[in-house]
Design a protein around this ligand. Structure first.
Ligand SMILES: Nc1nc2c(ncn2[C@@H]2O[C@H](COP(=O)(O)OP(=O)(O)OP(=O)(O)O)[C@@H](O)[C@H]2O)c(=O)[nH]1
Length: 349
């Protein structure tokens, strides 16, 4: 039996940064490497798993894609992640490489620490942590501490004296990185990109390599094989929470909420998406994604909104026996009023 440790790459980054898009590219250019994929998503609709299973890569079949859906991977390390890894390692056909996509709200630190658990450490090592950044969102000030909703909350409650949850998480994900991918470079100009690079570099005291990408198109040779062994260096990558609670108080994600909206068929998807932009902007929805049933179309329409930017495309045919429906997962700050946002979206159908 091959006793060499299997390398595992952790891919993290805020909601909508382009993690799934980058992994889809990776699966398609990973050569003969057999990859096992562990995907973790915030929200009760497995959109990322569905997208990645649909990409048909021979080196990563549907059996090699494992979805962890019981909350953010950083909170379910003991109950979900460790047993999943253990089962994966018991398989007869060991993968050449394991890729883990965290949810956009996950802290990578507890996940990396899990690689020091004896059962895992003897078999697997963290090849590297890759943090994907939405360069356009950084340029737009999305991660600066003047996020409207959080400011409003702070005015109401002056005990909220630390940075916004979005900013903190952004920094925690950068702090843990071995490689930072400034993605979505097509959406900003060269000067803007220079400012984004400087801002991102200033948000971590470490000096990870920073590269640029469009549509997550980075060669597998750059993403895989970093050979860092990140689990041996977690002491230098502490999250805000770890620094503030050295007593080991567990963290949570109370600042964020998600819910799923189910609708019937949408006859005019162009008008629907246009109106959706208004709802997203008005209620400060951070992320919205899912599938739309367009009557008369054999394909389902995938909707991907990051802030008020929305992409749509027909991704695959509805399969025989699959119930056609419109399902959208909505993610926002805790202050977002689910009832109001739900009603606003339902009113568009
Ligand atoms: N313009 C542009 N859009 C991109 C780029 N990369 C990804 N996107 C789009 O951004 C949206 C979100 O991409 P995903 O890959 O789903 O992002 P993610 O980080 O996996 O999102 P979560 O898992 O929800 O956190 C999709 O509509 C992508 O098509 C890019 O480089 N440029």
């Amino acid at each position: 039996m091959n006793q060499e440790k299997i390398p595992a790459t952790v891919i993290t980054g805020f909601l909508g940064a382009g993690k799934t898009t980058m992994i889809r590219n990776l699966l398609q250019n990973a050569g003969g490497k057999k990859i096992a994929l562990i995907i973790n998503e915030f929200g009760d609709l497995g959109v990322d798993g569905d997208v990645l299973k649909g990409c048909g890569a021979e080196n990563c079949t549907e059996d090699d894609i494992i979805e962890l859906t019981n909350g953010c991977i950083c909170c379910t390390v003991a109950d979900d992640f460790i047993p999943t890894m253990t089962k994966l390692l018991e398989r007869d056909a060991r993968p050449d490489h394991i890729v883990i996509e965290t949810s956009g709200l996950a802290l990578p630190q507890p996940l990396v620490a899990a690689f020091n658990w004896p059962d895992i450490r003897t078999h697997v090592t963290v090849d590297g942590v890759i943090t994907v950044v939405d360069s356009a969102a950084v340029a737009a000030g999305r991660f600066a501490d003047d996020h409207d909703a959080v400011e409003a909350a702070r005015v109401e409650d002056d005990s909220l004296d630390h940075e916004s949850p979005i900013e903190e998480l952004f920094e925690d994900q950068l702090t843990c990185a071995d490689l930072i991918v400034l993605n979505k470079t097509d959406l900003i100009d060269i000067d803007g990109l220079g400012r984004v690079r400087a801002e991102v570099a200033s948000r971590t005291s470490r000096k990870p390599t920073i590269i640029e990408a469009k549509n997550g198109d980075v060669p597998a040779a750059i993403l895989l094989g970093l050979g860092i062994g990140t689990e041996d260096d977690i002491v230098n990558r502490k999250s805000h929470h770890e620094l503030e609670h050295e007593d080991g108080t567990p963290h949570d994600h109370d600042e964020f909420d998600s819910f799923v909206v189910e609708l019937g068929p949408i006859a005019d998807p162009v008008a629907f998406v246009d109106a959706l932009k208004g709802v997203i902007a008005e209620h400060d929805v951070l992320r919205l994604k899912g599938f739309v049933d367009v009557p008369g179309k054999p394909m389902r329409l995938q909707v991907q909104a990051v802030g008020s930017r929305i992409d749509t495309y027909f991704d695959r045919a509805w399969t025989p026996g699959e119930a056609r429906a419109t399902r959208l997962v909505v993610i926002g700050l805790h202050e977002m009023d689910e009832t109001i946002v739900r009603k606003a979206i339902e009113a568009l159908a």
